[in-house]
Ligand binder design. Structure first.
Ligand code: CDP
Length: 220
């Protein structure tokens, strides 16, 4: 259907990626998880033990790393320098660092360029924090997913299914990241004025996907 650019933004664990994946399947579009790209940069910093506060070191790393998405059995996997890091980027220390380095202009401008390149031919669904505001301000459809921190934390907790991690820890992480992501000076987490706001508190994944799908159907 069409040749649209669809932007899905919102706070941590608001169901952006699950919704985007479902919608991509329905529309036969490509899905790009921009959060995974920030996570991959954070992982590279940890693995190469880079002092990211040193501008020169950070730039050197950003100029040398390669980030790609490859489909494996219909699932998008992310590759860092040729290695599949799709699982590793979900580790708590990577998650925390991803939000810290996402405040650095050098990191954002490198990923902005890649994201625009990935989306240039349309038929794309991209999720993140600044897709509708900064990356594709002219996107054909913009959605902003919200939900209470408790409900978002519960979803992430169930997804992780790790007996060593408590619901409270997850909720604290979400609150900290949302605050950090909303208060940064460049490309903060923010609803685009022309985005549809979707409150996901009482919605299942299926309902979210169908809700977005119907809006796209109606408008086209
Ligand atoms: O999946 P979850 O909502 O937990 O986070 P994510 O989408 O994987 O994003 C990880 C981190 O990357 C976020 O906390 C943001 O700090 C950053 N990010 C960003 O700054 N801009 C984006 N477009 C996407 C992610």
């Amino acid at each position: 259907m069409g040749n649209y650019i669809i932007a899905i933004d919102g706070p941590a664990a608001s169901g952006k990626s699950t919704t985007a994946k479902g919608l991509a399947k329905l529309l036969n579009y490509t899905y790009i998880d921009t959060g995974a790209m920030f996570r991959a940069v954070a992982l590279a910093i940890l693995e190469e033990n880079i002092d990211y506060q040193n501008e020169e070191n950070l730039n050197e790393l950003l100029n040398s790393i390669n980030i790609e998405f490859r489909l494996i059995k219909e699932v998008q996997n992310i590759f860092l320098n040729g290695v599949n890091v799709s699982d590793k980027i979900r580790l708590p220390e990577v998650t925390k660092l991803s939000s810290i380095i996402a405040t650095y202009p050098a990191v954002r401008s490198k990923l902005l360029e890649l994201q625009r390149e990935f989306g240039k031919n349309g038929r794309i669904i991209m999720d993140g924090r600044d897709i509708g505001t900064v990356i594709f301000p002219n996107a054909d459809f913009k959605f902003f997913l919200t939900g209470s921190t408790r409900i978002r934390a519960e979803r992430r907790w169930k997804e992780l299914n790790d007996p060593n991690v408590s619901l409270e820890e997850i909720e604290e992480d979400l609150i900290w990241r949302d605050k950090n992501d909303s208060s940064r000076s460049i490309a903060p987490l923010q609803k685009a004025v022309d985005a549809y706001e979707v409150d996901t508190n009482d919605m299942s994944v299926e309902e979210q996907v169908n809700y977005l799908y119907r809006i796209i159907e109606d408008k086209r």
